[in-house]
Design a protein around this ligand. Structure first.
Ligand SMILES: [Zn+2]
Length: 457
């Protein structure tokens, strides 16, 4: 054994038990008692969990006239410090590009910079017969998931026929359609109306993206998934009514799955009314909702109606980026920093406050996303043969989530006042320690591109 992690409590999505973990050649070789190896890490008092899998990040994303502030170096260092060892980012098809060209652009952004392992989805902007055909090549290349937008009219939004056809195509080839579910026509009308009426403060962003428009689009996508028999993953769900639409589909046996993000659990629409321009820090799509929606999402996570927690990590600096929309909410770059704080927030407010078990926590932040996106069993769990991507989680460690205590390359933390209990002490990737005591000690560029399996859910 190259390495043995001794005396810890191993936590998976289904079990917690005392065992040592033996690592050889970067993978888990043995789980048992009294193992010995060349190097030993004492994990007494620690929970030994699979590294987090974040299925929804946007590093170095050109968006709304700016570029998200984390690149693949800073963003993946931050992820690792927060206990995440795998991300799946989105290659976004630009005008006139093939899917392969878009993918190559994103692979180049990550190469030599990514500090943890990463996969890619392809976000399809212009869907035509050639792109439909090309989806099969993407699956063969290890990119079996595709993002389709029901919002952003005039740029990414696709019509219903296109969404319907892409679901049929995905089912044929072992692909998974991930959908941004908001009614783009309604949003387009409301945004233009409010701007024309001079209603330009951040709160009007929320009023231009009503929960009903999310619930309606979610329902529509769920119905199409049911009709086609294709699996569907609804990203960043925020509204209780949208969750009801997902639940109704699942009750009928449709293969529909939902993700939410920590910001929708932690905050509500009141944030947009904060004095000055503070509300801009929380401008993202969909927007923050009512407190009752957050509670519905928590119940969905606990009860199994939601299957994953991603981040939609897409940070923009308050000064120099968010303030592009100082006089007009529709020009505020949409997005928030989140990749580093996902596990600590879900652990503290989920496990720590008794909403769900530590096993459910592992399912939501690691095993579930790995299963849904074709990474299991290599990522997202602790089993013999899996990559030794591990977090030694100190359940007693307290950490205040101020900007200074975090690594994301952005000039604010949305969680300045929040102190969590439970934080990574060590993060390992493929058997190598990459974070020790909140400091990245790995190698820049050591992250590997993950070719994922076709998805048959
Ligand atoms: Zn996103």
């Amino acid at each position: 054994m190259d390495l043995v992690i001794k005396n810890g409590t191993v936590v998976t999505a289904t079990e917690s038990y005392r065992a040592d973990i033996g690592v050889d050649g970067g993978t888990i070789a043995l789980i048992g008692r009294d193992l010995s190896g060349a190097e030993v890490i004492d994990a007494a008092g620690m929970l030994v969990m699979p590294g987090g899998v974040d299925p929804h990040t946007h590093m170095e994303l050109p968006f709304m006239g700016s570029i998200s502030a984390d690149d693949f170096r800073t963003g993946t260092i931050a992820a690792a410090c927060g206990g995440t060892t795998t991300i799946i980012d989105f290659a976004i098809q630009g005008a006139g590009q093939t899917l392969r060209q878009a993918l190559d652009i994103w692979l180049k952004k990550a190469e030599g910079k990514a500090c943890i392992d990463y996969g890619m989805h392809v976000a399809i902007g212009a869907m035509d017969d050639e792109r439909m055909a090309e989806m099969g090549d993407m699956v063969e290349f290890g990119v079996p998931s595709f993002k389709v937008f029901m919002a952003y009219k005039g740029s990414f939004m696709v019509d219903d026929e296109t969404l319907f056809r892409s679901l049929i195509r995905a089912k044929e080839i072992g692909g998974l359609i991930a959908v941004h579910a908001e009614n783009g026509d309604i949003l387009h009308y409301l945004i233009n109306k409010h701007v024309a009426e001079g209603k330009k403060e951040p709160i009007w962003h929320a009023r231009s993206h009503p929960a009903e428009a999310e619930a309606e689009a979610t329902h529509r996508a769920v119905v199409m998934a049911g009709m086609t028999g294709a699996p569907l993953y609804v990203v960043h769900m925020t509204a209780g009514d949208a969750l009801e639409a997902l639940k109704a589909g699942r009750a009928k046996g449709f293969k529909v799955f939902g993700e939410t993000c920590p910001q929708y659990l932690m905050f509500s629409v009141e944030k947009y009314a904060e004095p000055g321009f503070e509300g801009a820090k929380y401008v993202m799509s969909p927007p923050l909702r009512e407190k009752g929606d957050s509670e519905a999402l928590w119940r969905g996570l606990a009860g199994g109606d939601l299957q994953a927690v991603g981040t939609d990590h897409c940070p923009f600096n308050f000064v120099g980026q968010k303030d592009m929309g100082k006089d007009d909410f529709s020009k505020i770059p949409n997005g928030m920093p989140s990749v580093e704080t996902r596990l600590p927030l879900l652990y503290h407010f989920g496990v720590g406050q008794g909403r769900f078990s530590v096993n459910r926590f592992v399912e939501l932040v690691a095993t579930g996303p790995a299963r849904l996106f074709g990474l299991l069993p290599r990522k997202g769990t602790i089993s013999v043969g899996a990559d030794a991507d591990l977090v030694l989680w100190d359940p007693k460690r307290e950490h205040r989530l101020t900007k200074e205590n975090l690594h994301m390359n952005v000039d604010y933390s949305p969680y300045e006042d929040v102190t969590v209990r439970g934080y990574p002490a060590l993060t390992l990737q493929r058997g190598k320690v990459i974070v020790r005591n909140n400091q990245f000690v790995g190698d820049v560029g050591a992250g590997q591109f993950l070719k994922r399996s076709p998805i048959h859910l």
